[in-house]
Design a protein. Structure first.
Length: 239
């Protein structure tokens, strides 16, 4: 337990200090853009800063990738078990994603109040009425991205460059085949039902109502599956 606690503290403390630098740079850039637009056209309606959460997605994606490669090497060399390393990485992802989701939720709500033309990702999809649902949704979204990138980097490291390139090409080809099947092979009624099920998983029900619980559950399941896959690969990963 002491080693696990030490690993979690290391992961969280080394990652959180860069969060504030990320936000400082992001909002400094937004402020600069806003000032330039206001001086140019004397209005803020043309400021193109909607959906700032996508910048956070890039950050947490990089965090997931680096957590799989750099921290694993350092921790394994210092005697930490693979189980301990995985739990520390998962704890760090949850901590960072929770903090950043909270910041992005607050900023998105405030910006929408000050500048009604501004749209956050959650607000554009589900509205601004439920702040807690906004935070939970963003947290799960960020965790899913972290888990997927963590799994991807571990798998690439395990498989090697050549196999990874082949898998990437195969994945791209599979996407094209699936699209072609839906357009030319799958009956229209079946395709409509699949699309309806996918929409329901994201909270858009067939009766026109919106359920904010379904997308959270969907992303939690996908993140858990990605995490399980990452742990399976991590157990067989060498330096």
């Amino acid at each position: 337990m002491k080693k696990l606690k030490a690993a979690i503290q290391y992961e969280c403390l080394t990652s959180v200090k860069y969060v504030w630098l990320f936000y400082l740079i992001q909002y400094a850039a937004v402020a600069l853009i806003t000032v330039i637009v206001m001086l140019s056209v004397n209005t803020t309606e043309e400021v193109g800063t909607n959906c700032l959460e996508f910048n956070t997605l890039i950050y947490v994606g990089i965090l997931g990738g680096l957590g799989a490669k750099e921290d694993f090497r350092m921790l394994i060399q210092n005697g930490f078990t693979r189980r301990c390393i995985f739990l520390a990485a998962a704890s760090m992802f949850a901590f960072i994603c929770g903090v950043m989701a909270l910041v992005d939720t607050a900023v998105g709500q405030i910006l929408h109040l000050v500048f009604p033309a501004y749209s956050s990702v959650f607000g554009a999809l589900y509205g601004y009425e439920n702040v807690f649902a906004n935070w939970i949704w963003l947290f799960c979204f960020y965790m899913l991205v972290c888990s997927l990138l963590y799994l991807a980097v571990l798998a690439i490291n395990k498989a090697g460059k050549t196999i990874s390139i082949c898998l990437g090409v195969g994945l791209g080809a599979a996407v094209l085949v699936i699209v072609a099947l839906f357009r030319y092979v799958v009956p229209g009624e079946t395709a409509a039902k699949i699309a309806e099920a996918a929409a329901a998983a994201m909270g858009y029900l067939s009766d026109g109502t919106v359920n904010r619980v379904f997308p959270v559950l969907t992303m939690l399941v996908l993140a858990a599956l990605s995490g399980a896959g990452a742990y399976a690969v991590l157990r067989r990963t060498e330096l």
